[in-house]
Design a protein around this ligand. Structure first.
Ligand code: FES
Length: 104
């Protein structure tokens, strides 16, 4: 069974905001889109730009370094220069707590 790890409280993440957290040493970025919480790697697949410092517009995140865009719900690349999708992680919200599951 996959473990879900507590990473933040819901009220730390405003609508349309990004938040950097670390889970088991992994840099993870959280985003809140239309009330949903998404979790994905905080490293851009181009050359590891910090995605938590990017711009979120709806579910599209723009990397702060060279402008690659990703869909934060699916992890899909929407615009280069990145070519590889970002990893996304399962999220649960229980009471006011955000939990993320990392693959084994
Ligand atoms: S590091 Fe993200 S676009 Fe270059």
């Amino acid at each position: 069974m996959t473990d879900f790890i507590k990473v933040a409280k819901v009220d730390e993440l405003e609508e349309g905001a990004l938040l950097a957290v670390e889970v088991d040493g992994e840099p993870i970025c959280l985003a809140r889109v239309n009330g949903d919480v998404c979790a994905f790697t905080d490293n851009c697949t181009h050359i590891s730009g910090p995605l938590n410092e990017g711009e979120l517009d709806g579910d599209i995140l723009t990397c702060p370094w060279h402008g690659a865009q990703f869909n934060v719900r699916t992890g899909k690349v929407v615009r280069g220069p990145a070519r590889q999708d970002i990893l996304t992680y399962p999220v649960k919200v229980e009471d006011d707590v955000i939990l993320v599951s990392l693959p084994d």
